[in-house]
Design a protein around this ligand. Sequence first.
Ligand code: UGA
Length: 428
Amino acid sequence: MHISVIGSGYVGTTIAACFAELGHTVTTIDIDEEIVAALSAGHAPIDEPGLEDLLESHAGDSLEATTSYDAVVESDVTFLAIGTPSNDDGSIDLTALEAAAEATGETLADKENRHLVVIKSTVTPTSIETVLEPAVTRGSGGNENIEVGMNPEFLREGSAVSDFMQPDKLVYGTDSEWATERLHAIYEPLLADHDAHIVETDPATASMIKYANNAFLASKISLVNDLGNICKEFGLDAYEVMEAVGLDDRISERFLRSGVGWGGSCFPKDVNAIIAAAREEGYDPALLEASVEINDRQPERMLELLEHHVALEGSHIAVLGLSFKPRTDDIRNSRAIPVIEKLQDRGAEVVAYDPVAVDPMRERFPDAEYANSAAEALDGADGVAVVTDWDEFAVLDREFDAMDEPVVVDGRRIVERRDGIVYEGLTY
Ligand code: UGA
């Protein structure tokens, strides 16, 4: 099949490369000339394991990149993978996606064969019917050969390519049997040696499945953090408790790691967007609001634990880990941001370290100090806040000798407890 993919961000680039790997002919379209040049040369604009290899082997062959929408007409199916950022009130900002939908419609105005436009971006349940479908129709002058569907993604940063190739489920949100068959034909090659559940539904339900999925996972962590805070109050170890709880297969042992909370480009944005959408419908989503509140509270708890041992005013505090999770340099909504903000508000000097995310954080906090290694950050520090579970923090040992009285507050249960260190787990 010939597929066009509009938007070459993390989702668009990953799905384009993977569609090419599945044997399709793919054209990516992006307004950013630098990204298009990188893709044309087979280089990934983002750092994602396995992506560069796929691009190298398909670029210039079954995978092409361009800034022109003309390629849309030649294709059978167009995926829209444009970012859906948040407005100030947390609601979804569809401006860029709506413009892309309209431009896609314009390109398809005279198309005589049936064409499927698939929304890959995460959108609220009413977005397709009230904003995106009308934008396509407006652009195309009402060309009835065009149909709009929804196919949400469940890719994690850092394992997006393998998540694509081995999905738990594929969700086809369409209004016709024809569109469902089209989507299925795209994914069929990966089902040859991998079992995945196929969910066939309508576009609004498909949109909601994505939000419900992320809201569930984020709330699962917030619930574990709430229980973890209670464990800490009782002097109990939340990890021991949750290990036993996870043995119940209705709960599962995954996503039970308590600590400083969830971040990234998806959970915070998506949970807030579905809260805002629900409120707009007149419903007050109390549990999701509590999930966000608990998540906002965890960095403050980290500071309170640190303050039990260190007077923060004028102190030097090492912040270990700046990315929102290990194996990425992405700092979007990283818990390190509120931790550094709160430390600075209380008059502490922050010395931050991360194996890959120092540069983006330096832009965010130019007045903090940045170390080249964990050892350098610890040297002379009065306390340590561990925010990201990078493997290298698990083997820190003699590095603590460079602190007068080592105090470690661990938000990810990654540092190993040892004699001579005052060690506080956030939830254990
Ligand atoms: C998340 C979802 O896991 C993907 O399924 C989804 O496709 C993606 O959002 C999206 O909507 O695009 P991602 O943002 O890459 O993926 O990050 P996760 O690996 O899910 O981690 C999110 C946050 O939760 C991180 O800050 C992580 O440290 C935290 N976390 C995760 C915990 O605090 N405890 C856990 O047990 C697990």
